[in-house]
Ligand binder design. Structure first.
Ligand code: M6R
Length: 607
């Protein structure tokens, strides 16, 4: 899961490649590297760690050449060392790779038997040796690449540069995205159009199995059967400017504070405040006729689907299920005729979710997606796209995209309820009014920042933390735990409050803070009973509730965070804020890398 770039240009390529890689660091930041050709020879600079380490290396030891390839890595096979960093190279070719070559062991054994010497622990290196072997056997570069690709199992995007030809790059994709950029006498490859935005807005998204041969004069594209094909050139909307942090220390903080604004943009794209009704973008999906809704996603996006399931059941009486994308297609999931599969993703590129989408399509489902990146693979492969308008989300921990996903999913549930004739008009009016109030209420919730920052000092001392909630607050408990884990590295779990007594309550002692999310809703009393069970066993409780909830909950809780009162249906949108801020300030207290936490990547493009 990595970012790849290729440039055939007319000026020094390495600084341009670094610019493009900065825009791909969301795909991984374990190591980075560049290879260029100068005097026809392959030369490389590679550095472990963030891209800035490669920048420093290039400052000391520049890399000349007007053609080059670059890579930012999220390690799959082999530790994130300089030696395992891409580009990988032989004396004949250099390769950058995103994805996994699953049959690399078999290929490595075969090539080793032919005398190839492997220098790294990566799966990628087989691509270098196989293309090299094909060249040695007399194939030209295109034939060598085409023949090699046919031997690979797995998902990959590759860009290959050939010694001695400063006017040739070959790129190919299967499962992982790759775009071709068209400049003025210059050509580009990039994992996405965003990487290419500083150079061109004219791009072709390669299709599954395509192989593109780039020369300064243009691109020749072959399909999976090696037939020459034409692919459309589209004008991308990806902006060339890199997003900055504004006055915030971290992107995550900026993104948390943007939530009232971007949720406002998102909700207004679906809810008409004058007619007090929801209008969906036109598509081939008729929500009145949907037999079953299957929602599939990963991570925080998956938590958004867990919340949405309550909404689709309650507001639309629509049989609904949720699934984690990495599990979905390996079970015998029953996808019934007339069903819609809905995929939720910030990036629209998550490999597991994309694979699940293809699986559902093959099973005859209508495909809908809720995505934040409008030109993403998922958007391009859907029958109906319901965009979130969160703007670029840079922090690895998803915050504003999540809240905007909830805004879209709530709108969809209301629209489905109306279409199915189960949501009366007066209910639609009430719900749309309440939904339109949510940006303001999130603004109110953000005012608790100071108290949350001081509570975080205590949470930072813990080794384990439990979150619990019932109903719509249960997924928020899971989200709180996920946020805390990923950026503060504190072990945390989110439980349904009623489930604690079936095992996890054994963990409770004075060293394990328990964070209870309990807005004053229909399940409040039950959650408070579960909270009492925790306190009776010496557990320290941090209660997140509204004014009424705090009044009713008694005095014995350890600490409190107040959220604004709101319609219980939309409470997850406000409860999300304190758990995000708590994770953020706990991470600050622990001194972790908030925006780029260890071992993670913003977009997970390998299975
Ligand atoms: O781009 P996606 O929404 O498909 O990403 C899914 C997950 O990888 C993502 O939500 C991840 O869990 C976040 N880092 C959580 O904050």
């Amino acid at each position: 899961m990595c970012g790849i770039v290729g440039i055939i240009g007319n000026e020094e390529a390495a600084p341009l490649i670094v610019e493009a890689l900065k825009r791909l660091e969301y795909r991984g930041y374990d190591s980075a590297g560049i290879a260029t050709l100068h005097d026809g020879q392959i030369d490389r600079r590679r550095a472990p760690g963030k891209l800035r380490n490669l920048g420093a290396l290039l400052g000391k030891d520049p890399l000349p050449g007007v053609i080059g390839i670059g890579h930012t890595r999220w390690a799959t096979h082999g530790a994130p060392t300089e030696n395992n960093a891409h580009p990988h190279a032989s004396d004949s070719v250099a390769v950058v790779h995103n994805g996994i070559i699953e049959n690399f062991r078999e290929l490595r054994d075969e090539l080793t038997a032919k005398g190839h010497v492997f220098a790294t622990e990566t799966d990628t290196e087989v691509t270098v040796h196989l293309v090299t072997e094909n060249l040695r056997r007399g194939m030209d570069p295109v034939a060598a690449a085409q023949a090699a690709v046919k031997r690979f199992d797995g998902a990959f995007a590759l860009v290959i540069m050939f010694r001695g030809d400063e006017d040739l790059l070959i790129g190919t994709r299967r499962g992982s995205p790759l775009a071709v950029g068209y400049g003025d006498g210059e050509m580009y490859f990039g994992s996405d159009a965003f990487a290419l935005a500083p150079f061109t807005n004219r791009v072709t998204y390669l299709e599954e199995g395509d192989l593109a041969v780039l020369r300064r004069s243009g691109a020749t594209i072959f399909d999976v059967k090696d037939n020459r094909v034409e692919r459309p050139i589209v004008l991308t909307q990806a902006g060339a400017a890199l997003v900055d942090k504004g006055n915030h220390r971290h992107f995550m903080a900026k993104e948390i504070y943007e939530q009232p604004e971007v949720l406002g943009h998102t909700v207004h794209a679906y809810v008409n405040g004058v007619t007090e009704s929801v209008a969906l973008p036109k598509s081939s999906i008729d929500w009145s006729a949907v037999t079953k809704l299957t929602m599939v996603a990963c991570g925080t996006s998956s938590i958004a689907t867990n919340i949405a399931q309550y909404w689709f059941e309650q507001l639309a009486q629509l049989p609904s299920g949720t699934d984690i994308a990495s599990e979905f297609r390996y079970r015998d999931t029953v996808l019934i005729p007339g069903g819609v599969s809905l995929f939720v993703s910030q990036s629209g590129e998550t490999a597991d979710t994309l694979a699940a989408l293809k699986h559902a399509r093959a099973a005859g489902q209508k495909i809908a997606s809720v995505v934040n990146v409008a030109e993403s693979s998922m958007a391009r492969e859907s029958d109906a796209v319901y965009p979130t308008h969160a703007g670029p989300e840079i922090g690895v921990a998803s915050t504003k995209a999540f809240v905007c996903q909830l805004g879209v999913l709530a709108s969809l549930a209301i629209a489905a309820g109306r279409a199915r004739g189960v949501l009366p008009r007066d209910a639609e009016i009430r719900l749309t009014r309440r939904l339109l109030e949510m940006p303001r209420l999130i603004g109110e919730a953000l005012k608790q920042e100071e108290i949350i920052a001081s509570i975080a000092q205590e949470i930072a001392k813990a080794r384990d933390v439990l979150f619990m909630g019932r109903g719509l607050s249960y997924p928020i408990a899971m989200e709180g735990a996920l946020k805390l884990k990923e950026i503060s590295y504190i072990h945390a779990e989110g439980y349904a409050a009623g489930e604690l007594k079936h095992g996890p309550i054994a963990l409770i002692d004075e060293n394990v803070p328990v964070i209870v999310i309990a807005p004053h809703d229909a399940l409040f009393e039950k959650t408070i009973s579960n909270m009492q069970e925790v306190m009776a066993r010496g557990g320290k409780v941090l209660l997140i509730s509204d004014k009424r909830g705090h009044e009713l909950a008694g005095d014995n809780v350890w600490m409190r965070i107040e959220i604004p009162e709101c319609d219980p249906v939309f409470a997850p949108l406000v409860s999300a804020v304190p758990v995000q801020l708590l994770a953020y300030y706990t991470a600050l207290a622990k001194g972790t890398d908030v925006d780029q936490p260890r071992n993670l990547a913003k977009s997970v493009t390998v299975e």
